[in-house]
Design a protein around this ligand. Structure first.
Ligand SMILES: [Zn+2]
Ligand SMILES: [Zn+2]
Length: 112
C-alpha cells in the first residue's frame, strides 16, 4: 500500500495531518493514496520542505496568445522530452523517437 494523504474533495492542496489548520474549513476530507494525487499541491504547513510551487502567471504581451501560457518572457521553462513515433513512415522506423520541446511553468518542469 502506498502512503496516503488527506485532501478536501474540492481542495487543491493535500495534507499529511488531520489537525492541520489549512484543513479546518473543510468537512469533506478524503484519504487518497499518494499515487492518486493529481492537480493537488502539497500543503506548506504539512510539507515544509516541499518546493514552493507558486508562480505568477502573467499574460505575455510579446506572444499575445489567446490564453495565458508559459513562454520565454513570463517565467516559462523550456523542457524537452522524447516522443515515440507511433507508426512506421517512409523516413523512420517504428520505434524511432524524436525530441520535442515545449514551454511549461516551472512547477511542471519536473514532470518531463
Ligand atoms: Zn496541511
Ligand atoms: Zn512570450
Amino acid at each position: 500500500m502506498p502512503p496516503t494523504v488527506l485532501v478536501a474533495t474540492r481542495g487543491k492542496i493535500f495534507h499529511a495531518d488531520k489537525g492541520c489548520p489549512g484543513l479546518s474549513w473543510y468537512k469533506d476530507l478524503v484519504e487518497i493514496a499518494i499515487t492518486e494525487i493529481g492537480v493537488q499541491r502539497p500543503c506548506y504547513r504539512c510539507y515544509p520542505d516541499a518546493p514552493r510551487a507558486k508562480t505568477v502567471r502573467r499574460y505575455c504581451q510579446v506572444c499575445k496568445g489567446k490564453t495565458i501560457r508559459p513562454c520565454r518572457h513570463n517565467g516559462g521553462v523550456l523542457v524537452s522530452f522524447p516522443v515515440r513515433l507511433g507508426k512506421r513512415t517512409l523516413t523512420s522506423e517504428a520505434d524511432d523517437t524524436y525530441t520535442r520541446t515545449r514551454w511549461v511553468w516551472p512547477e511542471h518542469a519536473a514532470r518531463y
